[in-house]
Write a new protein. Structure first.
Length: 86
């Protein structure tokens, strides 16, 4: 039986995993050069998961703020024209 679409989670709702599985940890250690093939796969050291956050940039000056406001108004006017043509 399949799962109902309303019960599925949206892709944007997926959280970042804080733990890697064994293969991901070994791969990460190999990339850093901390892995030797003679080592046991049990008792691996923890590998820090790096999270990347993108911050929204705010306008730096009043002139930039005015320009962004004008471009928003211009794009809004273009969207209104397109809607009225339909």
């Amino acid at each position: 039986m399949s799962q109902h679409p309303s019960l599925r989670g949206a892709p944007k709702d997926k959280k970042i995993r804080s733990v890697h599985n064994r293969f991901e940890r070994i791969k990460e250690l190999q990339e850093k050069g901390n892995w030797d093939d003679k080592k046991s796969v049990f008792g691996l050291p923890k590998v820090k998961v790096e999270r990347i956050k993108v911050k929204k940039s705010a306008p730096k000056s009043d002139e930039d703020a005015k320009e962004t406001k004008e471009t928003k108004e211009a794009t809004g006017a273009k969207a209104e024209k397109k809607e009225t043509k339909k």
